[in-house]
Design a protein around this ligand. Sequence first.
Ligand SMILES: [Zn+2]
Ligand SMILES: [Zn+2]
Length: 364
Amino acid sequence: MIVKRFLATLAPEAKRIRMDVVLHLGQEDYAAQGARTVEPGWHAFYAPYTKVEEVTLPPLEEGHAVHADKLEKIQKETQPPKRYTAASIIKALESKNLGTKATRASIVQTLFDRNYLSGKSIQVTPLGLQVEQALEKNVPEILSEAMTRQFEEEMEAIEQQKITKDAVVQDGREELEKILTQFKEKEGPIGQELVSALRQTQSAANVLGPCKACGKSLAIRKSQYGFFVGCTGYPDCRTLYPLPREALIKPLNKICDSCGTPTVSVHRKGKRSFTMCLDPKCKTKENWGQKPTTPASTPGSSTVSSAATKPSLAPSFSPTATSPGSSAASASPAPFSKPLSKPRRRAAPKTPPESSTPRIDYGD
Ligand SMILES: [Zn+2]
Ligand SMILES: [Zn+2]
């Protein structure tokens, strides 16, 4: 594609003929548009990436009377716009002149990291939505595209030495001070509005699926030794599973085909994420890494040790108990793609071929 694009920039212009037809019928006007290529020019080099449609209309002249053979009523529904993807949201920022080439990708990544967005086909989390609503209500200036754009433009002006840095900094400081004072005043209500959404988002992220033993939900819990999975039916149900350490666990809302225990995806810094069944005894984990060294990893079979005096939800849980799960876990990472990969920069010619297309307009 890069080669084709390069060649296309050197190729002659393409010529297309466009025809707009308006037909008067009864009280209404009906429009039709035709367009066809007469000289392919650079299109020939850029194919199949050239996106032009050939619509040939019958030869018509202004003032022509045409006969309507058939009248047809067609009901159509418009499609809602597609959700943004990592790539298309960056494009949208670009077209709105928000952010710079260097910052756009990290702006979007931050939204994912803070749990405001999720998914490949991007969805706003309840937390993200609530943050937006709370800010909109209390300090709408923070969300102002115009202000962001203005700063962006001023930065550029500094770069081009049209304006001094001091003037911009002074201006910016005044504006930000105004907004932050306003924010500080409304901190209380903003916080309150966010708490419930945060809880909702957190608990949604913590619930991993139904417990095999009792049917209640399994959720990520924290003990003094770290995170583990426990049944929300505790103390009636004492189902426990270890979690790999120093990893971010995300629910997959999918049950293991082999044993019926919920599965999760495991994300570690600098490592490929993978999916696994929560049950360390599951058949799918039979050949994972070395053999577990402590039988304590089996929920229920471990002995109550020093933690017995603590009112912790997982008194039988010790740090060694998690290690078989975690060492085994890192041994067989399955491919699992990240929600947002770094966007590749494309080599775009200075003058895109599209803009060199002349248009010959025939009549109206
Ligand atoms: Zn249970
Ligand atoms: Zn399983």
